[in-house]
Design a protein around this ligand. Structure first.
Ligand SMILES: [Cu+2]
Length: 181
């Protein structure tokens, strides 16, 4: 009898359990909603986050976004997509989510993977001409474990990964949001 065989079978089982539990722990799917000054609206799809050897991989499956083109896309600090009071004293969509997730206190918006920048800065999300977003993005500096209790936010405008000429990449208002559990 081959004494190595039971050992090899046992080790294969350990490897399989390890891979399976690892994959489960390192994936998270978030339901996204349209947001407005009056509250959290319709579901517009999901974003699935996954840890990879290159960083956090985000796969959107979203519809109903406007306008086509690039949109600022960030992890914001609070897991709350409700409106808040804007700097002009008027209600503004998604303000309860707070600012860009910045646990290192950089107070700088320099884009994904840049050392001295908000940890929550993600690559722009691309919306196609019919309002759909399916192109994945990769944020090298983030892991799924960084996301719990935060929000993922989509802005109406793009993101130049700088605080000039406009603060926070210039994306302006918030149009869609998901609470990350
Ligand atoms: Cu943002």
């Amino acid at each position: 009898m081959d004494l190595n065989l039971p050992f090899r079978i046992a080790m294969a089982g350990v490897a399989l359990v390890g891979l399976t539990s690892g994959a489960l722990a390192a994936t998270k799917t978030v339901t996204m909603h349209a947001i407005s000054t009056t509250g959290v609206g319709n579901e517009i799809g999901t974003i699935t986050f996954q840890d990879t050897r290159y960083g956090l991989f985000a796969e959107p499956k979203l519809t109903g976004l406007q306008p086509p083109g690039s949109h600022g896309f960030h992890v914001h600090e609070n897991g709350n997509c409700s409106p808040g009071t804007g700097p002009n004293g008027q209600p503004a969509a998604g303000l309860a989510a707070g600012g860009h997730y910045d646990p290192n206190g950089t107070k700088k918006h320099r884009g994904p993977g840049v050392k001295d920048s908000h940890l929550g800065d993600m690559p722009v999300l691309i919306v196609d001409p019919n309002g759909t977003a399916t192109l994945p993005v990769l944020a090298a500096q983030l892991k799924v474990k960084d996301l719990a209790g935060r929000a993922i936010m989509i802005h109406v405008g793009g993101d130049n990964y700088d605080d000039t000429p406009a603060a926070l990449g210039g994306g302006g208002g918030r149009i869609a949001c998901g609470v990350i559990e």
